[in-house]
Design a protein around this ligand. Structure first.
Ligand code: NAD
Length: 442
């Protein structure tokens, strides 16, 4: 562990000054997040969907708003920057994304126009459907990653603390290889241009190397490799899971525990989506879709535990599809067709049709993650803990320390998050006790 003793070593350091939020990928989610924060700051809208802004925490006999109970950065103290391959400013990017109504964007136009993404580290090999306009060039991946470090260092001059959250496109499916196993191998691999090192990993490496916590909103293999876990612990820069749990998987991780709690059986779960935004276009490429598919498929097995209940969940047919359908834009429609069975094996069906708004669901998660990662870094017991599994609430693919079992049940995830908040408030230096996990086993 690195770091020198500070006056705050036994307490959660206060959230003083500006929190810089750095976003690789300033498309639909990022612009909806930033425009939303500004609208809320100005009293023009409510931060609906954000646990940090809207929920409460039970503290003994009293219940207190989370943002009053926990020393989180205030929305007024957030400063945004980021990288993208499209150039222009965030007003243009938000207009292209077509998530928020034009009248709403007009009301905050000067603010959005004042932010221009920095040139990105991008390689079309990893996102086939996009063509980069504003892209950094360098001798090798190490040089490119160091250019990101320079961008971070410059932003540090303008802000007091920083977090980074990947809201970039879904990259192609990558498997863990030798180069991901240790930090030394990874850093050699950057110099050798190893193809297993993607642009998102270069951002994550640069952030962690600068001591900046990192979250991944997309399903690509990024910080969830041993090399970057090692760097995260070493630098006291927390990391967490990946792929925002927004529409269909959010509902799946509510319904599946209900079936399990009632000992109802399952034969199949067919999930399909139509989506017309740029994310949908990128996911139309089979290699990027494979990354998303892996992330979406995992949840049922983990929740239902077929090995413990073979008579109920042995041969579930689970299928997930995403189809690019431009007329719907960011307004995704997700259908679930669920074949279950009950008493004496009699079959039943359940249909879900969720007409959701992708970025409207994702933006509050991105906000909470930024605030909680910053909190984790200011908390002695969490700062050097590496993976923050208490943040699994936000992810389709939660990451866990020491290859433990990830929790997917939404309500157990929420309980774990709040239990962690209560524990760090009571004792900021003590190791977190898995209270809710024990409850789950009971
Ligand atoms: N909205 C949701 O509900 C949701 C849920 C889970 C995951 N996600 C993931 O979040 C990510 C963002 O979604 P979105 O709807 O904003 O997509 P988007 O296509 O609108 O924005 C992604 C942006 O990333 C940029 N980009 C790609 N590679 C980059 C790189 N190497 N460096 C910098 N910028 C890069 C693209 O140019 C684009 O502007 C996607 O990967 C998506 O799969 C979204």
């Amino acid at each position: 562990m690195s770091g020198t003793a500070s006056p705050h070593d036994n307490q959660i350091a206060p959230a003083q000054g500006k929190l810089g939020v750095m976003i690789p990928g300033m498309g639909a989610v990022a612009t909806t997040l930033i425009a939303g924060v500004v609208a809320v700051r100005r009293g023009l809208a409510q931060p609906v969907g954000s646990l940090t802004q809207m929920d409460t925490l039970k503290m003994g006999e009293t219940t207190v708003p989370v943002k009053e109970a926990v020393p989180l950065a205030a929305l007024d103290d957030l400063v945004f920057t980021g990288w993208d391959i499209f150039g222009g400013n965030l007003y243009d990017a938000a207009r292209t994304a077509q998530v928020l109504d034009p009248w709403q964007l007009e009301s905050i136009k000067p603010f959005l126009e004042s932010i221009e993404p920095m040139p990105a580290v991008f390689d079309q090999h990893y996102v086939k459907r996009l063509n980069g306009k504003t892209v950094k060039t360098g001798r090798n991946k190490c040089d490119l990653a160091n250019q990101i470090r320079n961008d971070i260092a410059a932003f540090k001059q303008k802000t007091d603390r920083q977090v980074m959250i990947w809201c970039g496109s879904t990259e192609i499916f990558l498997k863990e290889t030798d180069v991901h196993q240790t930090l030394a191998a990874f850093e050699r691999g950057m110099v050798d241009n190893d193809p297993s090192i993607s642009p998102s990993m270069l951002y994550a490496w640069a952030a962690l190397k600068e001591g900046v916590p990192f979250a991944n909103g997309a399903p690509n293999l990024t910080a969830d490799i041993p090399a970057l876990r090692e760097l995260s612990q070493q630098m006291g820069a927390p990391i967490c899971g990946k792929d925002f749990k927004t529409g269909q998987t959010l509902i799946k991780t509510v319904l599946a525990p209900a079936l399990k709690a009632r000992s109802l059986g399952l034969n199949g779960w067919y999930s399909t989506n139509i989506l017309g935004n740029r994310d949908g276009e990128v996911l139309d490429d089979p290699e990027s879709f494979k990354t998303k598919e892996e992330s979406k498929l995992g949840v049922l097995e983990y929740i239902l535990e077929p090995e413990k209940h073979p008579e109920l969940y042995r041969d579930i047919f689970h299928k997930v599809r995403i189809n690019y359908y431009p007329p719907r834009g960011d307004n995704k429609e997700g259908w679930d067709s669920i074949d279950l069975f009950g008493w004496l094996g009699y079959p039943m069906q359940l249909k879900v049709d969720f007409l959701c708004r992708d970025s409207i669901l994702a933006a509050p998660l991105a906000l909470d993650l930024c605030l909680f990662l910053d909190l984790a870094q200011r908390t002695p017991s969490l700062k050097h803990a590496g993976v923050q599994d208490w943040l699994s609430f936000y992810f389709k693919a939660p990451d866990v320390k020491d290859s433990g079992r990830p929790e997917h049940d939404l309500f157990l995830q929420a309980a774990k998050l709040k239990s962690t908040l209560r524990q760090i408030l009571a004792n900021p230096t003590a190791a977190i006790v898995e209270e809710e996990a024990e409850f789950a086993e009971a």
